[in-house]
Design a protein around this ligand. Structure first.
Ligand code: NAP
Length: 310
């Protein structure tokens, strides 16, 4: 089968035409992939950034998100059958050998759910990882109508979905963005677009209209340190982060994606009923996956970058 593989970390991923097809082990589903996306975890693995925590051994087929059709099921699989249209994301927790930038992917039953007919395949193909992490983040913030939430990274995949979920919960969303992002961010539901500066500048901009700070913060940008935006959260407020930046203590939640059909089902429902949409910033053929990776890491991101597999 065709798949995008890399033979050593740091090498450019290439399209191979003779990769062995995966077999469905117990509890596994083989999905004939039509659509995928690019996530930072793909870029991190491509650059060999996970060797200590989850040793990866090249050759690796990259790609996490997928949407497609069930081609085979392993022993014990009960929730889907051959021919079902599904979407999901393979687990980010362990080493990846056989990812989703391939014609066929083997994945655990709990990593996928049925794709609603109302959701197009390209959108489903970019939705799973960003969508589940956004749902988990907004759940953790437990927003009440009228509360304020500051979202750092609102132009990206996770942040863009989180903004729309926060709005749906009745919250008032503040987010820093570049001048050219203003219309896009307002379209997502951001009420107050702030200049994208360093943390001190953003905090000062928030405190002008909100001297007591905000009720909640989602930081989907800060990495390797506790969020420098924490000072703008009022006493007793909540902080969530998918980048391990929330810190520790009451109200602080660091989000880690785990395969979970229940949360994917919520993503499916939200996409189908229009609670949120996901903007496709660009779309690349499977053979151009290296360019898709480059687009995520080297250019300003607005929404999600899609990979067309079939
Ligand atoms: N824990 C998990 O399981 C999990 C799952 C998914 C994602 N994540 C992590 O969550 C983070 C976000 O993922 P994503 O897919 O949403 O990435 P993304 O699509 O690249 O989104 C990040 C967005 O934030 C913007 N940004 C960067 N610096 C900013 C700043 N100082 N102020 C405001 N906006 C800023 C980026 O713009 P530019 O493009 O201009 O930089 C980009 O639009 C990544 O670090 C990813 O690894 C974790």
């Amino acid at each position: 089968m065709r798949a995008v593989t890399m033979s050593e970390f740091g090498a450019s991923p290439v399209l191979c035409h003779d990769v062995p097809e995966p077999l469905a082990g117990p509890g596994q589903v083989i999905v004939r992939v039509q659509a995928s996306s690019v996530n930072w975890v793909d870029a991190d693995i491509a650059h060999g950034m996970f060797p200590q925590t989850a040793p990866h051994e090249p050759p690796i087929t990259l790609g996490h998100d997928f949407a497609g059709t069930v081609a085979a099921v392993g022993a014990g699989v009960r929730t889907v059958e051959v021919g079902d249209e599904v979407f999901g994301t393979i687990s980010v927790a362990g080493p990846v050998r056989e990812g989703a930038w391939a014609e066929l992917v083997a994945t655990g039953e709990c990593t996928l759910t049925r794709k609603p007919a109302a959701v197009d395949t390209a959108t489903a193909g970019v939705a799973a990882l960003a969508g589940t992490v956004a749902v988990m983040s907004v759940d953790a913030l437990n927003l009440a109508p009228g509360e304020t939430v500051l979202v750092i990274g609102a132009t990206g995949g996770v942040g863009g979905v989180a903004v729309q979920l926060a709005r749906a919960a009745g919250a008032i969303v503040l987010a820093p963005g570049l001048p050219e992002d203003e219309e896009y961010l307002r379209g997502l539901g951001v009420s107050e677009v702030l200049p994208r500066g360093d943390a001190a500048e953003v905090i000062a901009a928030v405190r002008k209209p909100h001297p007591g700070g905000v009720d909640a913060l989602l930081d989907a940008v800060t990495a390797y340190e506790i969020t420098p935006f924490a000072d703008v959260v009022r006493d007793g407020g909540r902080i969530a982060s998918p980048t391990d930046a929330a810190g520790y203590g009451p109200g602080c939640t660091n989000i880690t994606h785990g395969p979970c059909t229940e949360i994917l089902d919520r993503v499916a429902r939200h996409l189908a009923d229009g609670t949120f949409t996901i903007a496709l910033q660009g779309s690349y053929d499977l053979g151009d996956a290296a360019k898709a990776l480059q687009a995520l890491t080297a250019h300003h991101t607005r929404g999600k970058i899609a990979v067309r597999v079939a």
